[in-house]
Design a protein. Structure first.
Ligand SMILES: Nc1ncnc2c1ncn2[C@@H]1O[C@H](COP(=O)(O)OP(=O)(O)OP(=O)(O)O)[C@@H](O)[C@H]1O
Ligand SMILES: [Mg+2]
Lengths: 315, 381, 327
């Protein structure tokens, strides 16, 4: 096993609303290997964003972390536990944007319309390092060029609403990377973009990851993207983790019926000419809403199933 | 089994379908009921309209009845226990004992514990003709012959403030309603024309709205109501004032109606109605009006306070309604003098009612708007 | 930015032109005119007037010309700063106007500043501490504040003044400075009096804008761009001020458009209650005595004040919000 940068254990999050309490996360646990890309896949509402927000500690009321730990072992600092950081702990501010940063789903609204692009990117630097404004703008410009924004002298003084969606997402990526974080979290960074631009952004993220060799937590519901990008996959469903393994393991020989269902429902992978399977038809009789403890199989992957069901597989 | 399990929204979607069978009106009502303050305000206003509607019955006296024993007398207290501490099932008030202060030459009142006036409910008292139609002398409460009751005190002529406040409420609160109806007509008409026709009509209306909203309202109202001929009857003045207030009050509504029309024009069901050959008036009345009537009601509700405040301000300045007509503004006109405020602060009571009613209308309107459009961001909750 | 300012300045001209027409129509509405009411007065004093004298008088006031021409004379005089002669005060309107306009302006502007100083921090507090006791307290006070007309506030303040301090709260000056020429002492005296009307006039609008700001801010607080900034590591205090407040303040500034007319209306009526030497009481006197020349000029000046105020707020808004500037 490689060295682990982030260890999530038994993470639980509740949302208390007028309509009752939603258990958005239930005992979520996984490891992130250092310098690798970990993907979280799962359908809408499965708790992917909530997991990411927990790591950044930006869960807002009515949401609350009610249990679990997130152990973070940065290279630049002593290891610490994220969920127990006090509100005024300086490490919390350092964590957000300094050690871990995040690219969001919605590039159109992720930037404030009243500040220039340069201002917002440079701010990330000014928040974490003691450098002058000039220096910060210079580094911001460099990073913006690196993510593929040209004519930088002019563009850096422009406002987000003068940029296209793809360009805004580049700005957000530049903003996330400008402090050289150890972990980059991408929460469905391409969902809101055109197909052609999606590919560009994905390539950009992959290239930058290789270049900067940081760890990436990539959230998506697109298995194709997972195959392209990820080293390790975490499958989530209704706030729980169902299966963890390497890309090869999970995509080639899925163990959990839900994962199988997920794969069968992808157009490209099904045999030509046959109707697409629904997840339900593949899952069959297994009650996947019931929580089962994670079992570690021989080849290192983990799955949440009753022990007797796993026996036949890889055992 | 696994079907339902695999679809986490299955349960939710059932209730969603159920809610689709609830009519929009009912949905709005359900949401409105959840705004407790707005709901209570609605009930309060309803009560106020009923009470002021039947003010002849509710108040013990008419607006001009004088009590010479009580000039500038303070509000009376209702007692259940007399001075000796005996309990009386029938509540009562004590007569005023008046003394003239030797230093200030002011009347000073205290309770005369020797003379008690029991309160009679649904009893006979001063005769009146309700709404110029029903002749009666029954009052909600009054005292026996020879007694008097002034729960809100009296003014400098010895007239009962309680009665005057409710008679005044009838005028002030009805101006709000009548004015808002006029405003509605103007606002929907003008806003509708602008929004439906677009183009030049729209630009003209827009400019008109911009102009009208940038003239300070009160001074203009002052000028207009000063122009009302002095020989007009009170009823004419009443309508004159109402018209003046609505003449400048329609802009908010028109702006909203216009915006709605502009966006609705593009919406599919209107398009569809037009494609199947419905003519213009039909498209408007059948398809466009109902879909935002709830918003209009909310905005209209929020427009009532401006009317009430406008009348109050004008009458307060002495250029709106004038005595013998009684309205809250007319009553407050008497309270303008600093000396009056100092000596008889209860003459500011009509102001308290103005504030309560305006507040209730604001709350009600906010609640209605939230219920009509849960995503609106315009108002504070 | 410059082209925006220029276009808004040009847009102001037709607005003012239309307003002047409206005001002219309004002052024509009362039956009779200056000359008839002057003649009434003369007759009441037992002075006989000849037909010729009347004709001369009418000609002097251009009343013998068609209405349209009369409007242009009136508007032309307004433009050249000659606002005619008030027969009520037997003085040129100009003399009456400037000082009072100055007081009106000072009270309105200080009420506007008061409104901001109060509404801004309270609105922010109440939004970021939503549902706290402080929030409930403030929103309740604001609710009452919005519903209370300025003259009621004035009455209550006067009552409190009498009851608790035994002082009269009217006027803008102490008696010794009332008719004194301008001096440092008089300015200080003015400042020590103006705060009360400032609060009274500004209170309702402060409550109103506080509610607006609170609602806007609540909408903005969880917007994605705020989350992005938080994830970037911006410190909590700076986060609130730099991101959501900065956006929520825009509609807050554009409310000046309808707060300003309300402030000017409020100022007029409060001045009447408190006996302040501003435009309000003058207007009322002019209206009651059918001195329509005076009334028209006063109305026009109040409208100009408002239009210019709105223009300034629009420019401020464009300066603050690049989206408007770039439109
Ligand atoms: N602000 C909130 N208020 C109430 N419940 C919430 C809130 N945010 C998230 N939840 C709950 O948490 C669950 C998980 O939400 P989350 O945003 O993590 O889903 P997701 O996997 O990111 O989905 P998507 O692919 O649509 O982004 C949701 O089903 C919802 O019940
Ligand atoms: Mg998500």
């Amino acid at each position: 096993m490689t060295d682990t940068v982030l260890k999530v254990r038994d993470l639980a999050v509740d949302f208390k609303t007028d309509l009752g309490t939603t258990h958005a996360l239930v005992d979520v646990g996984f490891d992130m290997p250092r310098g690798k890309v970990t993907a979280i896949v799962g359908e809408s509402g499965s708790g992917k964003s909530v997991t990411a927000n927990c790591i950044m500690r930006i869960i807002q009321p009515p949401g609350r972390i009610i249990g679990g730990t997130i152990d973070f072992a940065p290279e630049a600092m002593d290891p610490f536990e994220i969920t127990s950081l006090g509100k005024r702990d300086p490490r919390l501010q350092e964590l957000r944007g300094g050690l871990i940063s995040m690219v969001f789903q919605e590039p159109m609204t992720a930037l404030s319309p009243v500040y220039t692009v340069g201002n917002q990117v440079a701010e990330a630097i000014l928040c974490h390092r003691k450098v002058g404004r000039k220096q910060a703008w210079k580094e911001a410009a460099e990073m913006l060029e690196r993510v593929g924004i040209d004519d930088i002298d002019r563009r850096i003084r422009m406002y987000p609403f003068e940029f296209s969606g793809g360009m805004r997402q580049r700005v957000v990526i530049a903003m996330a990377l400008v402090c050289h974080p150890e972990i980059l979290i991408c929460d469905e960074p391409t969902t809101a973009l055109d197909v052609t631009i999606q590919a560009e952004i994905l390539t950009l993220i992959r290239d930058l990851q290789r270049e900067l060799s940081n760890s990436v937590l990539f959230i998506t519901h697109d298995i194709g993207v997972v195959a392209q990008l990820a080293d390790q996959v975490v499958v989530m469903y209704q706030g729980r983790v169902l299966e963890i393994g390497t890309v090869r393991q999970v995509l080639k020989t899925p163990v959990h019926p839900y994962t199988k269902g997920l794969l069968a429902a992808i157009p490209g992978l099904a045999p030509k000419g046959e109707p697409l399977a629904t997840i339900a038809s593949v899952v069959g009789d297994t009650d996947i809403t019931k929580p089962y403890p994670m079992i570690t199989l021989g080849d290192g992957r983990q799955v949440s199933l009753p022990r007797e069901q796993v026996q036949g597989v890889a055992g | 089994m696994s079907e339902a399990v695999l679809n986490p929204v299955a349960e939710a979607s059932v209730s969603r379908e159920e809610s689709a069978t609830i009519s929009p009106r009912r949905l709005i009502w359900l949401r409105f009921r959840r705004h407790r303050l707005a709901y209570l305000s609605g009930i309060f206003l309803l009560l106020m309209y009923i009470v002021t509607g039947f003010c002849e019955f509710v108040s013990p006296y008419g607006t001009t009845t004088r009590n010479d024993d009580a000039i500038n007398a303070p509000p009376m207290r209702v007692h259940f226990f007399d001075a000796e501490g005996n309990f009386h099932l029938r509540p009562f008030v004590y007569a005023y004992r008046m003394e003239v202060n030797e230093d200030t030459w002011m009347r000073e009142y205290s309770e005369d514990t020797n003379r008690m006036f029991p309160i009679r409910f649904f009893a006979r008292g001063e005769p009146y003709v309700m709404w110029n139609l029903v002749r009666s002398d029954r009052h909600l409460f009054t005292t026996e012959e020879g007694g008097y009751i002034h729960l809100f005190g009296t003014d400098q002529l010895g007239r009962d403030m309680f009665s005057r406040v409710f008679y005044g409420g009838r005028i002030s609160m009805s101006i709000g309603l009548v004015g808002v109806v006029l405003t509605l007509v103007l606002g929907i008409l003008i806003g509708g024309i602008a929004g439906y026709l677009g183009g030049i009509a729209d630009r003209v209306v827009n400019k008109a709205i911009e102009v009208l909203t940038s003239i300070p309202g009160l001074p203009l109202w002052m000028a207009l109501s000063a122009a009302l001929p002095a020989h007009w009857s009170p009823l004419l003045v009443y309508f004159g004032i109402t018209v003046i207030l609505s003449l400048f009050g329609w802009t908010g509504l028109a702006r909203q109606v216009r915006g709605r029309f502009l966006s609705l024009r593009e919406e599919e069901f209107v398009m569809a109605a037009r494609l199947i050959g419905a003519d213009t008036p039909r498209v408007i009345t059948k398809h466009m009006l109902p879909s935002f009537s709830s918003h209009v009601i909310a905005t209209a509700t929020l427009a009532v306070p401006a009317m009430i405040l406008g009348e109050t301000a004008l009458s307060f300045l002495g250029i709106g309604l004038r005595p013998p007509v009684v309205s809250w503004g007319v009553l407050l006109f008497q309270a303008q003098n600093p000396l009056v405020i100092e000596m008889t602060p209860w003459q500011m009571l009509p102001g308290l009612f103005v504030v309560l009613v305006v507040m209730a209308f604001n709350l009600l309107g906010d609640g209605l708007r939230d219920a009509a459009d849960p995503y609106s961001t315009a108002g504070a909750k | 930015m410059r082209s925006y300012v220029i276009s808004r300045l040009l847009g102001m001209i037709p607005t003012l032109a239309v307003i002047s027409v409206i005001i002219f129509v309004v002052i024509q509405l009362p039956p009779g005119d200056i000359v008839t009411s002057m003649l009434d007065r003369l007759q009441a004093q037992g002075v006989d007037t000849t037909e010729e004298y009347v004709q001369n008088l009418r000609a002097q006031y251009n009343l013998d010309k068609p209405l349209v021409l009369q409007y242009f004379y009136w508007a032309g005089n307004l433009l050249t700063g000659d606002m005619g002669y008030s027969h009520l005060y037997s003085r040129p309107v100009n003399d009456l106007l400037w000082e009072r306009l100055g007081y009106t302006l000072s009270i309105t502007v200080s009420a506007l500043l008061f409104m901001w100083v109060v509404a801004l921090p309270l609105g922010i507090y109440s939004a970021i501490r939503q549902y706290s006791i402080g929030d409930y307290l403030m929103t309740s006070i604001a609710l009452v504040g919005v519903a209370t007309p300025p003259f009621m506030v004035a009455l209550v303040f006067m009552h409190i003044g009498f009851e608790w301090f035994g002082v009269s709260t009217g006027g803008l000056f102490s008696p010794e400075y009332e008719d004194a020429p301008w001096s440092w002492g008089r300015v200080v005296d003015l400042l020590s009096h103006i705060w009360l009307p400032m609060i009274i006039v500004g209170l309702g609008s402060a409550a109103f804008t506080m509610r607006i700001l609170r609602a806007n801010l609540l909408d903005e607080l969880n917007k994605p761009y705020v989350v992005t900034a938080r994830a970037k590591g911006v410190s909590p205090a700076k986060l609130i001020l730099k991101y959501p407040v900065r956006i929520a303040i825009n509609p807050f500034i554009s409310t000046i458009g309808f707060v300003l007319p309300a402030l000017i209306s409020g100022e007029a009526i409060v001045s009447l209650v408190m006996g302040l030497p501003t435009i309000g009481p003058l207007l009322l006197q002019a209206l009651l005595n059918q001195d329509m020349f005076l009334a028209g000029s006063l109305l026009m000046w109040l409208a100009i004040l408002t239009v210019v105020g709105i223009l300034l707020s629009d420019i401020l808004l464009a300066w603050l919000d690049p989206r408007i500037r770039y439109e």
